[in-house]
Ligand binder design. Structure first.
Ligand SMILES: Cc1cc2nc3c(=O)[nH]c(=O)nc-3n(C[C@H](O)[C@H](O)[C@H](O)COP(=O)(O)O)c2cc1C
Length: 445
């Protein structure tokens, strides 16, 4: 028996899969699809208001998918989105990037969100609303406060404060400014006006996201959501220009899972008093602490395996955006099935049983690590010799008589290069060096 439910920031979710704010959560109809697919919660997109009374004009939003098997063996994609009007650096014109769509007034949006909450609760799902705090560029403080109050009245289960800068207009905001203004201040303001749990979405762009997590926890966040998209450009060498959006833009993709896992691991497992915070100003000289509030990982999730990896690293749940856009909400059913299968196989009852159990080797333990080494399966080796020259230790020799590669185990350092190169899949790794050394001796005799 497997129970996928999690407790997080005072909320009970029937499973750890949350639809992240994006085009897939921009109105009632699409949110309903996410609930029907079985999401534990949905983060509904924010309004990013410019004016309380006016009905904001609709913005067209663009995103592109870049998929190149040539560049990345594991079917990697990049992703980018922008609202055209965000590129016009003119506050009078821009109603903000993305946002709820078609763009409603706050009043209209509040009733639409109420309907979402009603539907979600009927199916044991939760509604979290993203408050588009993109700094004072898109929405002034009184407007996003008004939005938070309205969402509370609409009955949402939690708020997600998006503290990330808009990559188009505010690159590297956190490295230029004190997070007091962009992180601590907004969290405290929201805390004063609502008792709802506050999830704080942290940006990755040029940021020390681990410091930001700590600042958010200290300021009263109930959970953190690292991270959003990565500021990137993707260059087409043939055309000598960017292959997707012509400006700086945020990218995501499955490649971000290992990077995100490392951030989460470091947030959870940091040894107290070992590293100082990255920020100058009010945090100068202070040490990092471990992050103790729930972590909802957001970035690159596209399978049950990705969810398991992030939970093993220390996350409690995940948010997914891009892969839902690519695959539709049926993705959620697939992921839940894959997660259940993995947990059954491993005999875990609940996600909490394996959250954060991964331990990395500390520098002082490196000597104790037993390095697995390569062995060649003679049945599978076809004598192609592709593994010989890449071995920088000259640990693979070729036996002409039998037309097979062989590994000199006492020379092999276990780098796994040959394993990835072998077209036949004839090379595997064995943990116990001693046994293999004995075998090699026999074979050489
Ligand atoms: C087209 C698009 C629009 C997005 N809009 C928002 C948004 O309005 N608010 C927000 O907090 N995050 C937004 N995001 C970020 C996602 O919620 C998510 O954090 C990010 O894309 C990383 O996750 P993923 O790899 O699963 O896409 C958007 C992402 C995309 C791709």
């Amino acid at each position: 028996m497997v129970d996928l439910s999690i407790k997080c920031a005072g909320l009970e979710l029937k499973n750890p899969i949350i639809a992240a704010a994006g085009p897939n959560t921009k109105n009632y109809d699409i949110v309903k699809k996410g609930i029907d697919a079985g999401c534990g919660a949905i983060v509904v997109r924010g309004l990013q208001l410019r004016n309380l009374d006016e009905k904001p004009p609709s913005t067209r939003e663009f995103w592109n998918i870049y998929h190149s098997d040539k560049t990345f063996r594991r079917g990697l994609y990049s992703f980018q989105s922008a609202a055209v009007k965000a590129l016009r650096v003119n506050r009078d014109i821009s109603p903000g990037v993305g946002g709820a769509s078609p763009r409603p007034t706050l009043q209209e949006w509040t009733s639409e969100v109420k309907r979402m909450v009603h539907y979600a609760h009927e199916y044991n799902s939760l509604i979290i609303t993203n408050i588009g705090w993109c700094g004072d560029y898109f929405s002034s403080e009184d407007l996003w406060e008004a939005e938070a109050i309205a969402m509370d009245k609409a009955g949402v289960d939690a708020l997600e404060l998006h503290t990330g800068p808009c990559p188009t207009v505010e690159p590297g905001r956190y490295i230029q400014a004190d997070p007091e203004k962009y992180l601590r201040g907004p969290i405290r303001t929201i805390r004063k006006i609502t008792n709802l749990p506050i999830l704080v979405k942290l940006p990755i762009d040029c940021c020390d996201v681990i410091s930001l997590a700590q600042i958010a926890e200290d300021a009263g966040a109930n959970a953190i959501v690292p991270t959003a998209r990565w500021m990137s450009i993707n260059i087409d060498t043939g055309q000598e220009k960017t292959s997707l959006w012509p400006g700086l833009m945020g990218y995501g993709g499955n490649w971000s899972v290992p990077i995100l896992s490392a951030y989460i691991y470091r947030m959870r497992q940091r040894k107290p008093g070992t590293e100082k915070l990255g920020w100058k100003s009010s945090y100068e000289g202070q040490y990092y602490k471990k992050i103790t509030i729930p972590i909802i990982a957001s970035g690159g999730v596209s399978s049950g395996d990705d969810v398991v990896k992030l939970i093993l690293a220390g996350a409690n749940g995940v948010e997914i955006c891009t892969q839902i856009l690519v695959e539709g909400y049926s993705l959620v059913k697939r992921i839940l099935k894959e997660m259940k299968e993995w947990m059954q196989k491993k005999e875990y009852y609940s996600p909490g049983d394996f959250s954060g159990i991964i331990r990395l080797v500390e520098p002082d333990q490196v000597d104790k690590v037993s390095q697995p080494m390569a062995i060649v399966d003679e049945e599978l080796c076809n004598g192609c010799k592709k593994c010989i020259s890449p071995c920088t230790n000259e640990a693979i020799i070729f036996l002409e008589k039998i037309n097979k590669a062989k590994v000199l185990v006492n020379k092999c350092e276990g780098c796994r290069t040959c394993y990835y190169i072998c077209p036949q899949g004839a090379i595997s790794f064995k943990e116990s060096l001693e046994n293999e050394v004995e075998k090699t001796k026999e074979w050489r005799n």
